[in-house]
Design a protein around this ligand. Structure first.
Ligand code: ATP
Ligand code: MG
Length: 719
């Protein structure tokens, strides 16, 4: 058996697999077999050392990666029980299901996804008389996430009762505090946790309940984390706490693929791992099994343009000579058409569509492709966080199910009048008023007031009867039967039929199918609340890849994956790199993102861009991530017009100077030297015009000098 597991691995991988004890770090480039080593290590622990799967925690970055890993491990260990192979979020859900009672929360707590959070904010805004002119939802969700980084909010939500929380938002010093506390109040009312809470609650329990911490520490004898370059402070803390008993923590990552700094990831955790754990053993791998030498040359050539990095080399193991292509198109439509033509050629050569991926920086880029693909009859699947489970009809139906399990306000508000039951704005306002006065849920407000005059001539009674009927029996019902029953009795399916919404009906059929499959594979965890918990963490990445289609996704989503044919499109200044990049550090992260994109390709890599105008009126030049690659490694389908190339390079150069300038963070009273005007002192900084106001020694009046101009720092004026 051991021979089997170790046989297909190289020396370094074998070392990683067989070094089971202690703190181990693997640092290696893309496609060097880190994930493969990790997967094999799991199998080795189980098959060779006899460790139980339930004593191993294996954390990956996406549900899709976790599912693939489970599949592989199942084949290797010949057992369906694979223990904890999940994302950090997924793991925390499992911990909380067992332990959240110590915080006086029910085992079947509810998980809020982004859309639920927005729905909650919508209702809070309404109550407070605010609208999007005051704040956008994204400003508020950022604010909430930011505040939830501080642990003191946990005391507010955990140790404060409804009335105290209410008085906190009623007496808040400012509007943002009021929104925040109101949000906590609404959350607490229905025992709902958002994504930030999942890990915060788990950490809180571990830090405040020694017995529970010890139980999990003892249980998890071996801990492994993939993509460690992208962990944030709380994920790191969790890994540290959990491994603090057996001291077996195995981490793998590639610092060149850190792409989540904007969400708090810190590459330092992997880089300084040996300082944190002086006994740590580091294993380096430098053979690339994924890509052709040309793809590796292109990727290396690009990433060496980052200044802040540790030099690494990758030796290609494949020996196929396929050139990496760059195509410049005049319009985005022409770019999409070119890609469609290439895809057809690939298909004609006998390859299947699912071998092809189209990767882009942002979702909006995909639109022009959809049009062409529909016209050319090329099947495609767009993978995004907001596909299947967030579609309106799916969410509606899930809200019916949630209503039965949790009777929460978000679900109530969404479906009480869907199909129409004559419970419109006026009656909702009545209910809200009752809720405010009685600190209850909307659902119980309606129950209490069912016989009130205001609900005569409405379908309120039927609605309550429907929910109550299923509330009484759902725990004994099969999920699929529950779904069919609710779809029929609520009139929701009939509503779609009447409106002739075939697409939506098809999606419902797909939901039924997926619930059916879930039922057959979930084992003991097939209760309604288990299912709702599970899908709240899902994206459509986790759907079954049933149809053979071109895979379209953002580069962030493609992390860790690989495809025989990869198209990276929209490689234009202002698109990729995005126009929001304003410091050199962010530009380096953007370049790492391009590196991740290029290194997804196994056999063929196609890069493309298209001329056009950005939203801010700037011209879309070909991206610096094309020019960053040594020209000898790229096969241009057409030479760029001399003028275009010159203008693009000039634009990029100016932008780089601006990035360098803004990184220096010069301050008022700094003494600087200008290449022509000589020495001077900064008297003001104008962010709006991106310039320093400088009093030069040899001039009577000040001059405004743009940030992008290089200024030599000489010192500071004496105070
Ligand atoms: P990334 O940094 O992109 O996550 P990775 O280092 O995790 O990459 P893997 O996905 O584990 O790399 O491996 C890349 C490819 O190389 C996979 O197809 C894998 O099966 C293959 N591979 C890994 N190790 C070997 C090996 N020793 N022999 C043959 N193929 C291998
Ligand atoms: Mg990997």
């Amino acid at each position: 058996m051991a021979a089997d597991i170790l046989e297909n691995l190289n020396e370094e991988q074998r070392q990683a697999v067989a070094s089971t004890e202690g703190y181990i770090r693997v640092i290696a480039g893309a496609g060097s077999g880190k994930t493969k080593a990790l997967t094999n290590r799991f199998a080795y622990l189980v098959n060779e050392l006899g460790i139980a799967t339930s004593n191993i925690l294996c954390v990956t970055f996406t549900n899709k990666a976790a599912n693939e890993m489970k599949k592989r491990i199942r084949t290797m260990i010949g057992d369906n029980d694979t223990g904890y192979i999940c994302t950090f979020h997924g793991f925390c859900v499992q911990v909380l299901k067992e332990e959240i009672h110590v915080l006086n929360y029910p085992k079947s707590f509810m998980i809020l996804d982004m859309e639920d959070v927005n729905a909650m904010l919508h209702s809070i805004f309404e109550d407070m008389g605010l609208n999007s002119k005051n704040y956008t939802f994204s400003t508020i969700t950022d604010m909430i996430t930011f505040r939830k980084c501080r642990e003191d909010y946990l005391k507010d939500i955990l140790n404060t009762n409804h009335d105290e929380l209410k008085s906190k938002f009623l007496n808040a010093e400012n509007e943002k505090d009021a929104i925040f506390y109101r949000y906590l109040y609404e959350q607490k009312k229905c025992y709902a946790l958002d994504f930030d809470d999942l890990i915060n609650f788990a950490l809180y329990i571990y830090e405040n309940h020694e017995d529970i911490r010890l139980k999990w520490q003892k249980k998890l004898e071996y801990i492994m984390v993939d993509e460690f370059q992208d962990v944030n402070v709380r994920q790191y803390k969790l890994a540290q706490i959990l491994s603090d008993y057996h001291h077996n923590l195995f981490i793998v990552g590639d610092p060149d693929q850190t792409i989540y700094s904007w969400r708090g990831a810190k590459v330092e955790y992997i880089l300084n791992f040996d300082k944190e754990y002086p006994s740590a053993q580091t294993i380096l791998m430098n053979k690339n099994y994924r890509s052709t030498p040309n793809i590796i040359n292109v990727s290396n050539s690009l990433i060496t343009k980052n200044k802040k990095r540790i030099e690494k080399s990758l030796i290609p193991m494949k020996n196929i000579e396929i050139p990496v292509i760059f195509h410049h198109a005049r319009t985005t439509k022409a770019e999409a058409e070119w890609i469609a033509t290439q895809i057809k050629l690939i298909i004609e050569s006998g390859k299947s569509l699912r071998n092809i991926a189209i990767l882009y920086r942002s979702h909006f880029v995909s639109r022009s492709f959809e049009e062409i693909f529909i016209k050319e009859k090329i099947p495609y699947t767009i993978y995004s966080g907001i596909e299947f489970y967030k579609r309106k009809e799916i969410k509606d139906v899930l809200c019916y199910l949630r209503m039965i399990a949790y009777a929460d306000d978000i679900s109530f508000t969404r479906i009480v009048n869907l199909p129409k039951r004559n419970v419109g704005e006026k009656r909702m306002a009545f209910l809200k008023d009752h809720v405010e006065k009685n600190n209850c849920t909307m659902y119980s407000a309606l129950q209490t007031n069912l016989n009130d005059e205001i609900f005569k001539k409405t379908g309120a009674k039927d609605f309550i009867a429907l929910i109550d009927k299923y509330k009484a029996v759902y725990e004994e019902m099969k999920l699929s039967e529950l779904l069919t029953g609710v779809l029929n009795d609520s009139g929701y399916e009939a509503l779609l039929r009447t409106n002739g919404e075939q697409d939506r009906l098809d999606n419902l059929a797909e939901l039924k199918q997926s619930i059916f499959e879930y039922e057959n594979t979930a084992g003991e965890e097939c209760a309604l609340t288990d299912y709702l918990e599970k899908i709240s963490l899902f994206t459509n990445l986790d759907q079954k890849e049933s149809i053979d289609s071109v895979q379209m996704m953002t580069i962030h989503t493609a992390k860790g994956l690989e495809f025989p044919f990869v198209f990276v499109c929209g490689l234009n200044e202002g698109v990729f790199p995005s126009k929001h990049i304003d410091t050199q550090d962010k530009m380096e992260e953007e370049r790492r993102l391009a590196y991740v994109a290029y290194t997804r390709a196994e056999n063929a890599l196609f890069l493309s861009d298209a001329e056009g105008i950005n939203y801010d009126g700037s011209f879309r030049y070909p991206s610096r991530f094309i020019f960053n690659v040594e020209k000898a490694y790229l096969n241009y389908t057409v030479e760029l017009a001399g003028r275009l190339e010159r203008d693009a390079c000039q634009y990029i150069e100016q932008n780089e100077m601006k990035l360098n300038g803004s990184n220096k963070s010069l301050k008022i009273k700094d003494i600087v030297k200008h290449s022509v005007f000589g020495q001077g002192v900064i008297v003001n900084i104008n962010q709006e015009t991106s310039s320093y106001e400088i009093q030069f020694d040899r001039m009577e009046t000040t001059r405004s000098i743009n940030f992008r101009i290089k200024l030599e720092y000489l010192g500071r004026e004496v105070e």
